[in-house]
Design a protein around this ligand. Structure first.
Ligand SMILES: *[C@@H]1O[C@H](CO)[C@@H](O)[C@H](O)[C@H]1NC(C)=O
Ligand SMILES: *[C@@H]1O[C@H](CO)[C@@H](O)[C@H](O)[C@H]1NC(C)=O
Ligand SMILES: *[C@@H]1O[C@H](CO)[C@@H](O)[C@H](O)[C@H]1NC(C)=O
Ligand SMILES: *[C@@H]1O[C@H](CO)[C@@H](O)[C@H](O)[C@H]1NC(C)=O
Length: 325
């Protein structure tokens, strides 16, 4: 069999599975932190873009930076942010999450352990939450908490390009091989996923989904076998089973500092990378600049010519990032 026919057979299997009535992947977790309708509501059509940030319980500072910069409500009135969490065994951290949740009302947490191999649960949780409490949005953007989104550019893009219904826009990964090396972080056994190639899917660092397909994705997730690689599950498996369109954003998402200087259309960049010392400093200064000035202007830099460490108005900012609580 050719790879393509193997893919077709597998694809068919998922489609058949998803059209049968047998739930093979229930999502029976319950919310332990839930802002319910304080973020938006199902009859509120003023939210254009909802951003869901995958974050770990202990990452208080990252969440605070995100609140104060590229999702800041006073700058981006049509944008809302939620932070997606699982449980931590650390009682102290969980208590602080409770405080944080009372203060900002933007934490969504269910009762599964917040671990790397439970990220697919987090993805399904986000769909469930949106359908229940915030279904009247136009677009959903998922990203990690070590990503900086150029919100201005993303809004501009979404308003200009007008994605087709049922579309996932992202940095598309084509034809990637499944890793069978047991020592790898991304090892997948044949039992977990049989084909040797992944169908096309999105890099999970950041992707955008048109809201019209979110409920179908959630419903179908109950009939699609659990695979822990969350970006593949959410955009690859659920994307294909809902027959979604893919819109390739090429290198506009998930840029590293080294490519930042040369890319005109950058939507996002990664905060952390293998070389933290060289990457984090400019991002910190970018965050700081936005925090200090609080003005939209700072975002409208052309990343092609102005890497964040040479922003205009980038006065030194001596106050350390405060822990909110
Ligand atoms: C969620 O709540 C339901 C209803 O109370 C309960 O049956 C179920 O076991 C709970 N699930 C988990 C994972 O706690
Ligand atoms: C995922 O969460 C469940 C529920 O809390 C837990 O039992 C399980 O060990 C977690 N799985 C992994 C791989 O961490
Ligand atoms: C999803 O499932 C719910 C509950 O069964 C149903 O009411 C709804 O119509 C379904 N939506 C889609 C888009 O499949
Ligand atoms: C990481 O970045 C620092 C600062 O730019 C540089 O001095 C160092 O050589 C880099 N390390 C690696 C392993 O690339």
């Amino acid at each position: 069999m050719t790879l393509y026919s193997i893919f077709l057979v597998y694809y068919f299997m998922i489609v058949i599975k998803s059209s049968s009535n047998k739930v093979i992947n229930p999502h029976n977790y319950n919310f332990t932190l839930n802002p319910t309708n304080t973020i938006c509501s199902n009859d509120d059509s003023s939210v254009f873009l909802l951003i869901g940030v995958n974050t770990r319980p202990e990452n208080f500072a990252q969440r605070q930076l995100i609140r104060e910069t590229w999702t800041k409500r006073s700058i981006f009135v049509q944008v809302r942010v939620i932070f997606l969490l699982g449980l931590t065994p650390n009682k102290k951290i969980q208590n602080r999450l409770l405080l944080e949740s009372n203060t900002y009302k933007d934490l969504v947490q269910e009762n599964y352990m917040d671990t790397y191999r439970n990220l697919t649960l987090k993805g399904v949780m986000s769909l469930k939450w949106i359908i229940k409490y915030c279904s009247n949005i136009k677009y959903y953007l998922k990203c990690d908490d070590d990503i900086v989104i150029n919100t201005f550019k993303v809004l501009q893009f979404l308003k200009q390009v007008k994605l087709k219904p049922k579309t996932i826009a992202c940095n598309l990964l084509y034809d990637s091989g499944v890793i069978r090396d047991v020592s790898s972080k991304w090892y997948l056994s044949v039992e977990e996923y049989a084909p040797d190639k992944f169908m096309d899917y999105c890099s999970g660092a950041a992707y955008i989904i048109t809201s019209d397909v979110l409920e179908e994705m959630y419903n179908k997730s109950h009939y699609v076998h659990f695979v822990w690689i969350d970006d593949f599950y959410m955009t690859g498996l659920l994307g294909h089973v809902t027959r979604s369109n893919f819109y390739d954003l090429f290198d506009r998402f998930e840029l590293t500092i080294s490519t930042l200087g040369y890319t005109r259309l950058g939507f996002a960049m990664k905060f952390s990378s293998s070389n933290k010392s060289s990457d984090e400093a400019p991002i910190e200064s970018f965050y700081m600049t936005v925090r200090v000035s609080g003005r939209a202007k700072c975002f409208e830099i052309d990343w092609a010519t102005s890497p964040p460490n040479s922003l205009p108005n980038s006065e030194p900012y001596s106050e350390p990032i405060k822990d909110p609580i």
